[in-house]
Design a binder for this molecule. Sequence first.
Ligand code: PBG
Length: 329
Amino acid sequence: MFPLDRPRRLRRTPALRRLVAETSVEPRHLVLPMFVADGIDEPRAISSMPGVVQHTLDSLTKAATDAVSAGVGGLMLFGVPTPADKDADGSAASDPDGILNRGLRTLRDELGDSTVLMADTCLDEFTDHGHCGVLAADGSVDNDATLRRYVDMALAQADAGAHLLGTSGMMDGQVGAIREALDSSGRSGTGIIAYAAKYASAFYGPFREAVGSSLQGDRRTYQQDAANRRESWREVDLDLAEGADIVMVKPAMSYLDVLREVADRSSVPVAAYQISGEYAMITAAAERGWIDRDAAILESLTSIRRAGADIVLTYWAAEAARWLGNSRS
Ligand code: PBG
């Protein structure tokens, strides 16, 4: 007549709930993606990502230092060149004086080994056509010619002080090509955080504004189709075989099933990227008073951790690290 098993018993008080929580989010799990732009004197707001900015080198240094003192696990840096510095090959990406490499050098000088400094190893911010690689004569993205550009970019980023290179371009063989180039040039200590399962997603929309992307069209010939699950195992297996130190699933929230499977199969730590559109959705709904912002952020981060992410890239990393570090409840 009355239920014998009563799961509600363990939910009665905050202390009971805390005692039995299976998943936690700690500051060290969170990585803050940051944008550094060339040719600006003041930080520039990104309208579709309220609260996120394109930094100057000075504001980058300050925000990065604050994030590190809040306890974040690392920083992922993206460069935004001036429109005049973009070209078909994305040359500014491998130029030691290009904005991304200057940003990396500045942060490494300031922060040393006190945090984990990561770099976006991809061409889309630097190409005038906005694709993640260089184009063949027929306009398609040329995989193997792109690998040569990624190698140049990777060596420059390693020299600029990145601890980990974020291979986000979804070219076949990119992890192997970069690993080989690093190892054969005395840079074997630089690691690779491989965007292994990266899907072509509508939720990247605000990022295109964040990096001033020139892309017309889409990335469906190189990023994965949202319909596919097994394809992620193939991508992850390849990246592991090619030497990835960490594998990533991206986006996070629409792909939690994929994340779970990758976490179950991976022999290396697994990251997930809560991307720009995920940030924008929660921010916009909260601005309208439709959801409780802080609770929604924490729930989203907890669900990504529960699905198996050891590391979560999120634009809320510094803010969330601050609350999490302060709260003991
Ligand atoms: C490629 C890259 C992208 C993001 C991270 N690295 C853009 C894309 O693949 O279109 C998206 C991140 C986000 O949306 O927050 N350099």
